[in-house]
Design a protein around this ligand. Sequence first.
Ligand code: DAH
Length: 358
Amino acid sequence: MEHELMNIKNNAVSLILDAKTIDELEEIRIQFLGRSGTLTQTMKEITRLPKQERPEIGKLANETKKIIEDALSQRIETLSQQKVSLRAKKLDVTEPGVRPPLGHLHLITQAIEEITTIFSNLGFTKVRYPEIEWDYYAFSAVNFPENHPARDDWETFFIRQEPHPKKGPVILTPHTTSGQVREMEKGILPIKMLNLSKCYRRQSDVSHTQMFHQFEGLVVGEGISITHLKGTLDYFVKSYFGPSRVSRIRPYHFQFTEPSFEVDVSCGVCNGTGTLKQVQGDKEVSVPCRLCKEGWLEMGGSGMVHPNVLKYGGIDPKKYTGFAFGWGVERVLMMKEGIEIDDLRLLYSNNLEFLEQF
Ligand code: DAH
């Protein structure tokens, strides 16, 4: 009897799932659960079984009945919903069409295009050098002594591969500065390059992503001086951030430049004053600017190319000089938008609610 009940259940359920109409389901119900239905008849026979077998088979029969009833009501519900949606879908030719959603370039791609255009207006040529790089180009050739602690600041990813006898270990480039000596090795002067590329560092938190973008400017020629650097910075700042913004340079230290500078941009929120006027009660008071606090926003590094770097690139530092700068795309973008993204990782998280705002 157990076997019979199982067959009934399997048959009923497969018929129910195949049924296309509610009428068909009613027929199936009668076939199995009606007064002379298969299950009803089988259940009647239970009384003829030996007494000790009856409770267990009785329980099984009730479960079978419940399964069939549930399958029936579920299928009825599905079919009636389909009917409603079919009715709703009746074609109305007068209804306006639905516009497909239009995407746009990612905000970092937009920034990359804008930055590239600004520098190409100044005659810079865009180049890209390997993201998987030798230690030599990223560090040694840009004047980092072997085992110098400054290498630690770059939090480098190493690739598991035999180091090159001359060029050392293989790494993921931690900065676009690695393109400087590669560009010099081409042997064409003067140089006016913009190296824009992905960079990698072992840092991931609210203000760092392990992959980010930098753009590196390098100009080498005869008589290149700090005034050329300052003019380039100002041109970029006014073109990218707006005509009212100005740049300033502050002394700093980098291995690959001498002298080295940090570049700041006047803050767009307080107009470089560091304070904002606020009405409190009936008085107007000055409060510190919420974005910059002191009138300037830090953009990144720059400087005059170190003579040793020129030598590594096969260029005579007595005859030629150069300037360089290297900034983060994500950083300048956030400065331009005047936004402070709570978590920089949002930029690469494919969150449409965030991306659609730009
Ligand atoms: N490579 C530096 C970094 O990743 C940035 C930098 C500073 C690049 C000064 C330069 C420069 O070209 O002159 O932090």
